[in-house]
Design a protein around this ligand. Structure first.
Ligand code: MFK
Ligand code: FAD
Length: 508
């Protein structure tokens, strides 16, 4: 007897099938640039469903292991990864997943081009976008604060397309004392007595992702010249560049890997706990300015977080839509079922909103890097980065959970690859700043860059010509205006966020 066989959902070219993306790009990218980048996006849209997907799967099925000792009891601290992980690194270099943003061939549209490729790559790559995000952030940090030595010895390795020379970089901020409030960090940096800019750094880094990287940017406390002691608080923290392994490429740079983290998701990404035991580091920028310096990485990785969240929503919607045409319930196709269609519509709306955040923030980043300095662009970028990160992270968790339900019980099965979407995106609300911490960053941007007023003006100017009185858009605009006015009224010049939150209770 031949029993019924359900067809699995199938996905094709991830660029060509994304009609909302294609439509949106026509609106925001001038045709000369779009004609230049589109063939590459079309080709890459196929590739992410081909070898990249296979390497990603291989990494998921063979997660990284920490080998502390060799058979003879010698400490070796090896991180063993699936060969696919190394191949994904090579592919990232060749495809220019970091370099496109620094070659800047498409001027202020280069960031958008780079981020569209990572958007296509993210959900096929076993979260290889995590090391890419921190490498991108590291490149930007060096561009802004790196000295001549680091600009010649490290920076070129982050932005090369040559896989043999390509390095990835980590960002180690979190310690046991806290990842949000890094002011309590315990790591210390002893200046060397040889008059060089080298330091010996000691401390315990509680989360270090993508430990197979070649370098990392870290925070540590430096001695105060006046007292000779270590200065406390966040103003006592400086930023340092470290190489993870010594020049022989094998031995760690005076550090010990204590354990591989046992994570809920992002299982292919090696995340470890590392103790620094006199690790050689080079200070970047001024003493005591570690937090604002490393914030230049955060402001890049938070955009990567948006990319991952939106990519997750898009992948979920694409799978659920395709499945709707293959699954029959109560005598008809799911694609003809109004209730199912309304579920899909809710998911699609969240994906579309997320995509608009992603397009806007990528364009603003490109403009801030490539055009003449413009306070309006800085102000919009400063508020939209945390806002889009916190919002899309939360929505991607909801949408990927809904994706599982859309596929019924099979969606809950690990070998369908669908639960991974949820497990890998749950962390987007935690790393790179939790939702509450990013809310405080939004507040910081309102205070330092007058961002709320600038954002409202931008919304007004973008919608003025097209909005008809009484239309849904006009109503939405009015709601935003009211909310902004309320926030400005409540804060009434106060810098104290707790005061504002307490007063906000007066407003619905
Ligand atoms: C797949 C895609 C994503 C991949 C992810 C990769 C793997 C995950 C890796 C991680 O999770 S890495 C760790 C991420 N950690 C965080 O995101 C830290 C979260 N905590 C914060 O963001 C806190 O708000 C912060 C540590 C920045 C608070 O520090 P402080 O010192 O208590 O706050 P303060 O005094 O407000 O800020 C110090 C300075 O930094 C100020 O400048 P000034 O000294 O000049 O006044 C701030 O303006 C500046 N600053 C803070 N946030 C900034 C910023 N400047 C620019 N942009 C920002 N976002
Ligand atoms: P806490 O800071 O203790 O936060 C606990 C809770 O308190 C959260 O809900 C938070 O929102 C809330 N909270 C904190 N402050 C406030 C406040 N002022 N107001 C209201 N609520 C508040 N870090 C790195 O540096 N490098 C890495 O490579 C890295 N990789 C990671 C990989 C994974 C898979 C994970 C899960 C984490 C990783 N992290 C990494 C750490 C991550 O950045 C931190 O976990 C995160 O910043 C939160 O810090 P915490 O865990 O100490 O929680």
């Amino acid at each position: 007897y031949e029993y019924f066989q359900q067809e699995a959902p199938r996905l094709g070219n991830q660029y060509l099938e994304d009609s909302y993306l294609i439509e949106s790009l026509k609106r925001v990218v001038p045709s000369n640039y779009l004609n230049e980048i589109e063939p590459d996006l079309v080709r890459f849209g196929d590739r992410v469903m081909g070898d990249i997907l296979e390497y990603g799967r291989a990494c998921e099925n063979n997660p990284p292991k920490h080998v502390a000792y060799d058979a003879w009891g010698r400490r070796i601290d090896k991180i063993v990864v699936d060969e696919g992980w190394n191949i994904l690194k090579d592919i990232s270099a060749v495809e220019g997943l970091v370099s496109i943003g620094y070659e800047r061939k498409q001027k202020e549209f280069s960031r958008l081009y780079q981020y569209l490729k990572i958007y296509l790559f993210a959900c096929s790559s076993a979260v290889f976008d995590c090391p890419l995000s921190m490498t991108d952030g590291g490149a930007r940090l060096l561009e802004l604060y790196g000295d001549k030595e680091l600009m010649t010895t490290a920076y070129p390795h982050y932005v090369t397309r040559d896989p043999k020379n390509f390095w990835t970089s980590g960002q180690w901020m979190t310690e046991k004392t806290g990842g949000s409030d890094v002011a309590n960090s315990e790591s210390v940096a002893e200046p060397r007595k040889d008059g060089s800019n080298r330091y010996d750094i000691s401390g315990y880094k509680y989360f270090t992702s993508a430990t197979t990287a070649q370098t990392a940017m870290i925070l540590a406390r430096d001695r105060e010249p006046e007292t000779g002691g270590f200065r406390s608080g966040s103003r006592g923290l400086s930023a340092f560049f470290i190489k993870i392994r010594k020049d022989n490429g094998k031995d760690l740079n005076n550090m010990m890997i204590h354990k591989m983290k046992n994570k809920f998701g992002t299982k292919a990404v090696p995340t470890t706990e590392i103790e620094l035991l006199g690790t050689e580091g080079v200070m970047i920028g001024n003493k005591g300015r570690g937090v604002p310096i490393i914030a230049s990485i955060l402001n890049i990785t938070r955009i990567h977080n948006v990319i991952h969240s939106v990519a997750t929503m898009r992948r979920g919607v694409a799978l659920a839509r395709d499945f709707a045409h293959r699954r029959k319930v109560f005598g008809s196709s799911l694609a003809e079922n109004q209730l199912y269609i309304s579920t899909l519509a809710e998911m699609e709306i969240e994906y579309r909103a997320g995509l608009q955040f992603l397009l806007n923030v990528s364009l603003l980043l490109g403009q801030s890097e490539c055009l003449e300095k413009n306070p309006k662009i800085d102000s919009l970028l400063r508020i939209l980065t945390p806002l889009s990160k916190l919002y899309t992270a939360k929505q991607s968790i909801l949408v990927s959970s809904e994706t599982i339900e859309c596929m019924g019980g099979t969606g809950y099965m690990e070998d369908s690859d669908i639960p991974r979407l949820l497990r890998d995106t749950q962390v987007t609300a935690i790393w790179e700043g939790t939702t509450n911490v990013l809310s405080m960053d939004v507040w910081r941007s309102i205070k330092s860059h007058n961002s709320l007023v600038v954002l409202l003006d931008e919304i007004r100017s973008k919608t003025a010509a097209t909005t008809k009185a009484g239309s849904p858009l006009a109503n939405a605009k009015q709601t935003i205006e009211n909310a902004v006015k309320a926030i400005l009224e409540i804060s009434n010049g106060s810098d104290d966020l707790d005061f504002v939150i307490a007063n906000a209770k007066k407003f619905s």
